[in-house]
Design a protein around this ligand. Structure first.
Ligand code: MLT
Length: 290
């Protein structure tokens, strides 16, 4: 489905019924990175997965795209879909966006899963490396980033060719403008540590044991800084843990949902769905038809 939001055509998946569960992909991916989660959770939750602007089937905009800009798009999508408080999961750059949402739109959150991500800003060196990469993409095209990032998404021990192919599919169609915008946006993102102790919803921090992009130690530090957050490290998984070890990831997520959010799911269903109502007819949870 598509919605015109903040001047951009945003593509999204919206499947299932129940408490809204919205997944935000990382860089330079598209919403396909969460396909195993859509399948696993749509029988119990309303699962929403957008392509961030500049990625997948969404439109792109010129210039740097700040994490706040991505957050505004997600907020606008939530308004468009009438979601109300939502369980948000963000992977890596998607986690930076989720923390921007926690800062600006805390009422949007009903639960938070931070996946292979961190709260710190870029060092001066990291920011300038991103700018150099953006210049290279401008000159040579998006494959510069896709070729560099694809091998880092899975654990080095996972060479299953089907999975390697699906990682590349999750980076298509590579769009130089989108990649440059996100690189420049990440380079100037603010430190989000000040947000962490203000998070008041059930939180899961989850990472792959073999993540070489954002090592699990970063996830441990993140979990420690958020009140009552749970930490799960998935053995044998790389940066794109939700695809690399999808069964173990889904199990961890399901256990956390059962622990932290299942009561909310029951209340939500009791409040929103009269027993004789057709599926998807929940008030405050409207689903556009196009
Ligand atoms: C991502 O996976 O979203 C990026 O690697 C995050 C980053 O570059 O900081």
């Amino acid at each position: 489905m598509f919605a015109k939001l903040n001047g951009i055509q945003i593509a999204y998946t919206d499947e299932g019924t129940g408490l809204p569960l919205l997944f935000i992909h990382g860089f330079p991916l598209n919403r396909g990175a969460w396909s195993k989660q859509v399948e696993a959770f749509k029988s119990r939750y309303r699962v929403i997965v957008p392509d961030l602007r500049g990625f997948g089937e969404s439109g792109s905009s010129k210039g740097p795209v700040s994490m706040d800009r991505f957050a505004e798009d997600i907020w606008a999508l939530a308004q468009h879909l009438g979601l109300g408080p939502t369980i948000l999961a963000g992977h890596s750059m998607g986690g930076y966006v989720a923390l921007a949402i926690a800062r600006t739109y805390p009422a949007m959150l009903r639960g938070l899963a931070l996946v292979g991500t961190k709260a710190g800003m870029d060092s001066a060196e990291a920011a300038s490396a991103r700018r150099l990469t953006a210049e290279k993409v401008q000159r040579e095209g998006a494959s510069v980033v896709v070729d560099a990032m694809a091998p880092k998404m899975l654990s080095a021990s996972n060479t299953e060719s089907r999975k390697v192919a699906s990682v590349r599919a999750c980076m298509a169609p590579a769009n130089s403008e989108g990649i440059i915008g996100a690189l420049l946006g990440m380079a100037v993102r603010p430190d989000a540590h000040d947000v962490l102790d203000k998070i008041r919803v059930p939180t899961l921090v989850i990472a792959g044991s073999d993540d070489s992009v954002i090592p699990p130690l970063e996830s441990a530090a993140l979990a420690k800084a958020i009140p009552d957050a749970q930490l799960r490290i998935i053995p044998g998984a790389g940066h794109l843990v939700a695809l690399d070890q999808s069964d173990a990831f889904n199990e961890a997520m399901q256990e956390w949902l059962a622990w932290g959010c299942e009561g909310m799911q029951r209340d939500y269903l009791a409040l929103n769905i009269p027993s004789d109502a057709p599926a998807h007819a929940a008030p405050g949870s409207s689903r556009p038809t196009s």
